[in-house]
Structures are given as C-alpha cells and as structure tokens.
Design a protein around this ligand. Structure first.
Ligand SMILES: Nc1ncnc2c1ncn2[C@@H]1O[C@H](COP(=O)(O)OP(=O)(O)OP(=O)(O)O)[C@@H](O)[C@H]1O
Length: 736
C-alpha cells in the first residue's frame, strides 16, 4: 500500500509532463512516494480549483458537487469590495445645495424670504394678538387665583380624602388629613408672603415707577394672564404659512409607485419572499424637490422605469412634470435616481439668465442655455460644437435657438450669419449685429443662405491654411484657440451660422442638395476652425435633414416630438430605445427638451425664457460691445448680403445657347452660364448643372461630337426640350 502524503511532502512531478522521465529520475522520493496528478496538486494550491474536464470525470464526479467558481470565503465579507462600493456611494460632505454658489444663494434667499414673510405676517397681526390676550386675561386671572388657592389649601387631595370617608376607612382618612394640615401649615405663610410681595411691588410700581414701566408691567401681566387664559383648542397666533400640499416622498410611496408599473421583476421583488427594492441612500431634499436613490430589482434597468414615466407619476400621485427618473452616472444600470419636484417643471420659476442684465460672453466658455428640473443652470460648450434643435411646431425651437444666438451676440468677436426661413421675423432682433441676415421661405432668401454657406465653406480652406501656417508653439493643437481668435488679423474669430426652419433649405428642389453637402462639410471640418453651425427644424425627417448633418452634429436639443423616428432623428439613433423620449413631453412643456451631447448624460432642460423685449435689450448691449470692439460688419452696417438676384436657370440656358444650336455639352453650357452670371454660376461643374435641371424634370442627354477626327461622347442639354418646358410654363402662368 502506498503511504499517504505527509504535510510538507512535495507533489510528485507529472508523468505526462515529463514523458522521458528525466524529471522523475531527478526526484529522490524513492519507490515509496505517491504519484499524484499535477492538476490535482495545482487544484489543491489554487484558490479557484478548475473544473475537471467532463471526459475525465467518472460517474461519481458528475454526480458530485458543482465546480466552485466563487472565491473562497464568500460567506465572509470582502472588506475591499465593500469599501469600493462605499466609495462609489459616498454622500457629499458639503450638502448639494451648498456646492453651487447659485443654488446656495438661492436657498439662503429662499430661507431669508420665508422668515421675512413670517415676521411681517405676525407683525401685521400684532394688534389682533394683543386684543386676544387682553380678552383672555380675565380668564387667566381667574385660573391663576384658583390654582393659587388650590395649591395653598391642598385642594387637589380633597377627592381622595372624601373617598376615604366613603370607604369608611378612618386610618387612611387620618393619615391624609395629617398630611394636608402639614402642607397647609407650610404653604399658607409662603402664600401670604407672596401676596404681600406682589402687593408691595404693585404699589411701588404704581407710585414710583415711570409711566412706561407701569404700562410695560401691565402689558406683561395682561399678556401673561392672556396666555394662561387661552382655550386649549385655539392657539393665540395664526400660521403664517399653510403647510405645503406636497407630500413627503417616502420609501413606501416609491415602492408602491414602482410596484404599480407592471414590471414582473419588481412585482416579484416586492411580493412575498422577494428581495425587495433597495435604497442605498436616505431620501433627501434636493433643490425644490425630493431625491430618492433606488436600487431596482435584479434585471430591471433605469430605462425600464424611464419609459413608464407617466405611470410612475400616476403611482406617485404627482403631475407628470414633477416626476423625473434618471440613471446615476458611474453606477450600475439598475441604480435609479428619482427626483420628484414640488412643482411641475413647466410652471416652476426658473432663475434669470445670467447674461440677461449685464455682461458679455466668451464663446470659448460654456454658455448658460437653460435650467434642469432642479433649476440648476445647464450650459452648452458652443465652441468646437454644432447644435441641432428639433421639435414639432410651437414647442419652443426658436426661443431655444435665440438663447444661443444671444450668447453669441454678446461675444463681440463672433460673426453671426443668421437665416430664419419661416419669414416670421423671429430673429429680426439680431439684424443690428448680424453679418448676414435673411428672413423668409422664398427662393431669394434660401439662395442668399446658400451663398453664405458657400462663402463659409470657402473660408474653411483659408482658416485651415492660416492654422497650418502658424508656428507649432503658437498653435500646438491645430485648432482655433481664444488667443488665436483674438488676433483679428488672422481671421480666426468664431463664426456662428444659424438656420431656423432649416428644412426649407435642405428640401429646396434646386439648392437643397448643395446646401446639405455644404452643411455636412462645415459640420465635419468647421469645428476645429471656429465655425459653429446651429440648425433648428420642425420637420426632422430624412428629406429635410441630410443624414450627413443629423449623423455628425454633436449637441442635440429635442423638444416635444410626436414619434420615435423624429425623436431619434434629432437625438441620435437608439435614443428612444434608451429611454430618452421627447415624445413624453406635453403641450404645456414649452421650451422643455432633452439635451444630448452637452454633458456625459442626456439632460432635461428648459431653455431660458427670453422674450422679444428682453432679447432686444440684450442685443442693444451686444451692439454697444461690438461698436466698442469695432466688430460690426456686413448687414449690421448696411452692407448688402451676397446678392440674391432674380434668375431663372432655364431662361439663362436659352439665353446662352442660341436657337439652332440644338444639343450642347454641359461643360460648354456652364462656361457660358458662368460668363453670364459669375456670382451665381461661377465654379459650376457639369454634374451641378445636371442636378439643378433634375427638379425641372430635365435629364442631360448623351451628345456625340467629332473633334479632330475623333468621336467624343459627353452629357449635355437639349435646347428644344428646355424651350418646350419654358413655353409650357409661360402658358400656364396666370396673366399679369
Ligand atoms: N423656455 C421657455 N419657457 C417658457 N415658454 C417658452 C419657452 N420657450 C418657448 N416658450 C413658449 O412657446 C411658444 C412657442 O415658442 P417658439 O416660437 O420658439 O416655438 P417654435 O417651435 O419655434 O414654433 P414654430 O415651429 O411655429 O416656429 C413661445 O411663444 C413661448 O411663449
């Protein structure tokens, strides 16, 4: 029999590993040593013994316990893991409201205001309180005298003494009577002394004290007696603040609301024997509302809750605009931060926009765009970014765009090119500071917008060259910096190009395609070169918003939309699936939307509300700042925008292709067109001509020419087809 291994025995080398037995030969364990598998030996040393391959396991093994995969000692606590968990869930040393200066000032102002109100309320009612005290003082006097007499003669013991008489218990009666006599003997002189002191004090006060002291003493006495005479059910003072109707958020309320969502895992967790719902931190006040940190049951994600926000609001018995479930940054997918506001977000009073009254902006620093549900400011870093704003009509797009433009206007170095293609004049307030300005859905305005885009596109090249020519130490990052932007000679100042109702531009039959290409190129290349494109649309679909634009914009703000497609078109693919749903906003949620790309997570923001007069005041300041800086240009100083002449492509072609010429190559046509109107057709290529003819229903045709004995085929136009079309069009036009 092989002797068992003793502790400290070295495991024998594995034969399989050393087939030539060389290693085994070197061992000196001798013939009596036990040969064990190296796997078994390693498994013995390893904290996580590996599972034996199925083939190696006999029936016995397969019936045996499952292989261990948990670290040893899982029953014990891993203090490092626990510590790591605690680190993640640390509660702030400084309370949330003290971390932001604005919020701290707000809270203190709120507390100050509250106590000022309470003081004022009671001060105004002091005559009423005095009257009440006076009216109650006789009863107070009677109560005081009665109590004094009862105490002096120990009348409290009377009922017990009478009870002893009724029980015919002489022993008890005598005992109680003796006790009473002893008390009265002691209390009577004290009472007489007190009465004498009171009498003398009153006499002295009445004869020797000044009148004010006399009145003061009388008032104090009346007040004291009034308080003593107060009925138990009627307090002297009224409540200055009626208790808030907002119910305190408790764990029970939260659990009940979550259980009402119809999520099976939550029902299981809250049912009998379930693991329950966890609260990793106490429910606290956070800004003007309550915050609950919730660990959802295993398998339930925050998105599951976010997409049932309306049902959650119903479960909490709060208006929808008060209930805001969010994920916790840096935590697992089941950590819900539920913030329940005291007031509907759409009606809560937002703090004033910081630049509303004073100050200028610097586009290299984030600008305040609006406020979140907790009324904390939300900023947008405009530089190196592009913004897309989308919503259904009347949701607050133009107002949101206006906030960003007001910030841009307040940066005197920024050049503004603004086109509002609805024709409502919503951006007309900026005319005095804009380099380019256009308003209207007509072809001329849209064409002017296209020309301006072309200019910016061309300017990108110049900007890129300027930057690449700069020495490395001045421009190490190959992008515009505040220092470079400040050097006007370099022409690298911020350029803000905004198009409101941009669907009019991108879906234009003639200019749409080119505008889309230019916008896409500007979005892609303009960021580092100081060009910021801001687009707002009420029709976020693929015809009105080129995919190149929608896919590359960095910052997106989506106010109320009707469906998933529009939602994802503005906020990015999968936004809806991830619970970021601007479809949940209601008609009342004006100016409220999801903001994506300005911070790590999507934020719910109400844009700052700056109406016409407020905007005008801000633009007046911006104008003054620009005048002082000498940066007013273009439209602002009366220069006309790039001309938007009335032209007609078909008529122009007929003008440059004489009758009888028949079919002409496109390259010849564009050269002649460029001579006719260089500002419009300059730089056109053949395919651009083909694209511009498409909307008119004209295709270019293959035209063969013999040149130097060689047959050459190229695309071109058929003059007769164009003549036909123009004749038809003229015939259909109403007379006059
Ligand atoms: N941040 C806000 N806070 C409160 N109300 C707002 C806010 N933004 C917009 N509104 C209200 O919503 C109304 C519509 O806003 P706005 O004109 O910007 O909508 P729109 O989406 O541009 O509409 P349209 O597509 O018709 O141009 C405004 O008249 C204003 O009263």
């Amino acid at each position: 029999m092989t002797p068992p291994n003793q502790p400290g025995d070295r495991p024998a080398p594995d034969r399989d590993l050393f087939p030539d037995n060389t290693a085994m030969d070197r061992t000196d364990d001798g013939p009596g040593a036990e040969v064990v598998s190296i796997e078994t030996a390693r498994a013995g040393r390893h904290p996580y013994p590996p599972a034996a391959p199925a083939a190696d396991q006999g029936q016995e093994d397969s019936d045996g316990p499952a292989p261990r995969v948990d670290p040893p000692g899982t029953d014990g606590r891993d203090w490092r893991a626990e510590l790591a968990d605690k680190v993640k869930a640390r509660r702030a040393i400084v309370p949330m409201w003290l971390r932001s200066r604005a919020e701290a000032v707000d809270t203190l102002a709120w507390a100050g205001g509250h106590y000022l109100h309470v003081t004022g309320y009671h001060a105004a009612r002091s005559p009423l309180y005095a009257g009440r005290l006076a009216a109650r003082s006789p009863r107070g006097l009677a109560r005081t005298v009665a109590s004094f007499v009862r105490w002096t003669f120990d009348l409290e013991g009377e009922p017990i003494r009478l009870a002893a008489v009724r029980r015919e218990d002489p022993e008890s009666y005598l005992k109680l009577s003796r006790q009473r006599d002893a008390r009265v003997r002691l209390r009577l002189p004290v009472a007489i002394l007190a009465a004498i002191v009171f009498g003398i004090s009153s006499l002295l006060l009445a004869t020797a004290a000044p009148t004010s002291a006399q009145w003061g003493a009388v008032a104090a006495l009346v007040a004291l007696l009034g308080m003593l005479g107060a009925p138990a059910d009627r307090p002297l003072i009224d409540r200055a603040v009626v208790a808030t109707k907002v119910e305190r958020l408790t764990s029970t309320v939260v659990i009940d609301a979550l259980a009402a969502l119809g999520i099976a895992e939550i029902n299981k967790a809250t049912g009998k024997g379930g693991r329950g719902i966890g609260f990793p931190a106490p429910i606290t006040r956070d800004g003007p509302g309550w915050r609950a940190d919730v660990d959802l049951p295993l398998g339930v994600t925050v998105t599951d809750i976010m997409e049932r926000r309306d049902r959650l609001a119903s479960g909490l018995r709060r208006p929808l605009g008060c209930v805001w479930p969010e994920s916790a940054p840096g935590q697992h997918a089941g950590r819900l931060v539920l913030w329940v506001g005291d007031q509907d977000m759409s009606s809560a009073k937002a703090p004033a926009w910081p630049l509303a009254r004073t100050g200028t902006a610097d586009l290299f620093k984030p600008v305040v765009f609006g406020h979140d549900q907790r009324m904390r400011p939300v900023t947008i870093p405009l530089m190196y970014a592009n913004v897309l704003i989308g919503a259904m009509p009347g949701a607050g797009k133009t107002f949101a765009l206006r906030v960003l433009l007001l910030a841009a206007a307040l940066d005197p170095t920024a050049e503004l090119r603004l086109f509002e293609l609805k024709g409502s004049g919503d951006l007309s307030v900026f005319e005095s500071v804009a380099h380019h300005y256009g308003s209207g859905p007509d072809d001329d305005t849209i064409y002017a917008c296209l020309l301006s885009l072309r200019e910016v596109y061309k300017d990108l090249e110049r900007r890129a060259k300027t930057i690449s020519n700069l020495p490395r130490d001045i421009c190490p990052e190959n992008k515009v910096t505040p220092q470079l932007a400040a050097k006007r000679s370099l022409g690298l100042h911020p350029l803000v190009f905004a198009v409101d109702e941009c669907q009019e531009l991108f879906s234009h039959p003639e200019y749409g395609k080119e505008a889309g290409d230019l916008a896409t190129a500007i979005i892609k290349r303009g960021r580092a070169l100081g060009v910021i494109l801001l687009l707002a649309t009420q029709r976020p679909d693929k015809d009105s918003l080129p995919t190149g634009v929608s896919a590359n914009v960095g910052i997106r703000f989506c106010l109320r939309v009707m469906g998933q497609v529009e939602n994802d078109m503005v906020l990015g693919t999968s936004a809806y699936r991830n619970g970021i749903r601007a479809t949940t906003f209601t008609v009342r949620d004006k100016g409220i939307g999801y903001l994506v790309g300005a911070a790590e997570d999507a934020q719910i923001v109400r844009s700052a509300y700056l109406d016409g007069p407020a905007s005008e005041r801000i633009v007046t300041r911006a104008h003054a700042a620009r005048t002082a800086a000498g940066t007013l240009s273009g439209h602002a100083i009366g220069d006309t925008e790039p001309a938007a002449p009335a032209f007609d492509l078909l008529s122009d072609i007929l003008a440059v292709v004489p009758a009888g010429e028949g079919k002409v190559w496109s390259e010849v046509v564009v050269t002649r067109l460029a001579e006719l109107r260089p500002q419009i057709y300059g730089g056109w290529e053949s395919d651009q001509l083909a694209a511009a003819l498409k909307p008119h229903g004209i295709d270019t045709v293959q035209i063969s020419r013999r040149i130097d004995g060689k047959q050459i085929n190229r695309r071109g136009i058929d003059r007769d087809r164009i003549t036909e079309l123009v004749t038809e069009r003229n015939r259909d036009r109403p007379a006059g």
